[in-house]
Design a protein around this ligand. Sequence first.
Ligand code: GUN
Length: 294
Amino acid sequence: MTATLIDGKEIASRIRARIAEKVRHMVEQHGVRPGLAAVLVGDNPASHTYVKMKRKACAEVGIESFGFELPADTTQAEVERLVRELNERPDVNGILVQLPLPPHLDEARVLSAVGLDKDVDGFHPVNIGRLAMKGRQPDFVPATPAGVIRLLDECAVQIAGANAVVLGRSNIVGMPVALLLIHRDATVTVCHSRTRDLPDVVRRADILVAAVGRAQMVKGDWIKPGAVVIDVGTNKIADPTAKNGTRMVGDVDFEAAKAVASAITPVPGGVGPMTIAMLLENTLRAAELKLGQC
Ligand code: GUN
């Protein structure tokens, strides 16, 4: 079997075109342009790249973006003060605090300072709490987990009743994606560094979401034949044949897995573009909610 490639780039580009259309309409009808504030503390190179990509994507769909780059030694009070100022700004519909924050900052307190109506990352404890409760809906769902579910839906994957295995339990991906899969009636197993017999557990997955951040950790013979594999990993490895000597790979050994799975996301071009599309969708939604359109 050769797996179908789940083309996140193409799916995300369709979603972005729809967002651009809605933004155009909002500007024409209401004279309002959605705005996203991106707060970046410190000089983590990957974070700088991600924020740049997010702001470029905003520009492409007509969402205004405001960048706030703070030095690595910014104090807790200064970051929280900025977030509170942004909560008050009428031209800012969404606030994104890029993670990770430098270690001296209390991430939970910063994320709690974001106004619920502007929590387009869905990381406010109230939104995460709602995600963890039956019958409650968060105002915003974190972008990468939302992107994973959207990819499964776009590919008409049956989630209800499926055995889903999530590798990783991070606040940004593993934990919220597991909660979303439970909401959709999957039977979910969350694996982590202390999981015993990991390959055997993964072999039971009809849907595998890999989000551990370890290059090509999941081997082809860990995959159940016909499984759907969503690879959230973005790991840089040495590649002497590449122009800059490195290339990006996921958490899954792609070449081996694609011979066994029924569908698989590539890295890059799978989940990554969906994360950005979902952030744009959340920002548009925040602006729509403010206008009373949702
Ligand atoms: N760091 C890695 N992924 C994300 C994300 O989706 N949002 C934010 N704010 N930080 C991140």
